[in-house]
Write a protein that binds this ligand. Sequence first.
Ligand SMILES: [Zn+2]
Length: 243
Amino acid sequence: MKVITRKKAKILRLNKYFTGKPCKWGHIVERYTRDGNCLKCSYNRSIKWQVENSDKKRYHNNNYMRKNKEKYSKYNAVWRKENIEKRRETGEKWRRNNPDVVKEGKKKSYIKNKFTPLYTLRRVCRRVIISLSNNKSYSSKLYKLNYTPEEYISYLLDPLPQFKDIKSAYTENYHLDHIVPVSFVIKYIENKQLAFKISMDLENLRLIPKLENIRKHAKVGLPIVQETIVLLNTRYNVSMPLL
Ligand SMILES: [Zn+2]
């Protein structure tokens, strides 16, 4: 960083300057031209204020929001729609920085939901893919399906010749994607065994990079999903709706 005096920074109308010397707390960082305070100290002070006054701040914010509820709910809805990418990034960043909270939340939601059909179905699907990537011990669940482990493996890896097995695809952050989501299948198919078979139908599966998988949440409605719903409806003689 270029060393510059506060005086010179003022003349140049820079809002920050850098002396190269430590502040009284030993931070060697830029300072604000307006008050000569170091960035780190200013930041710490502002955090300290927010913590000490969090009640006050929360009250103020909530009160303001309540009074302007209509305006904000409209504004927020528009903002949310226009900033899907940004929200996702913020969420990802937060989860990265708060792994313990994430873990705790997962645990709670697991305990709460572990016997719901959706969770059960997701669990058995996961077990199958784990057993497929672990060539030696095929899950007993696999034998309830219409395909052999070898069929699954060769179908899934066919479009990805760079991987010699499913495990190496997983190592490269590829994940098993259900084209028609498990949550959708379980909504319309009451018979659990059938829902499992449909979810694990070869043509409902593909390996895709994890990032893409996360982005698919809004995907129901895409042509490939529609096509797959039609195919599965015919194959299993069911009638999941087209969205
Ligand atoms: Zn400082």
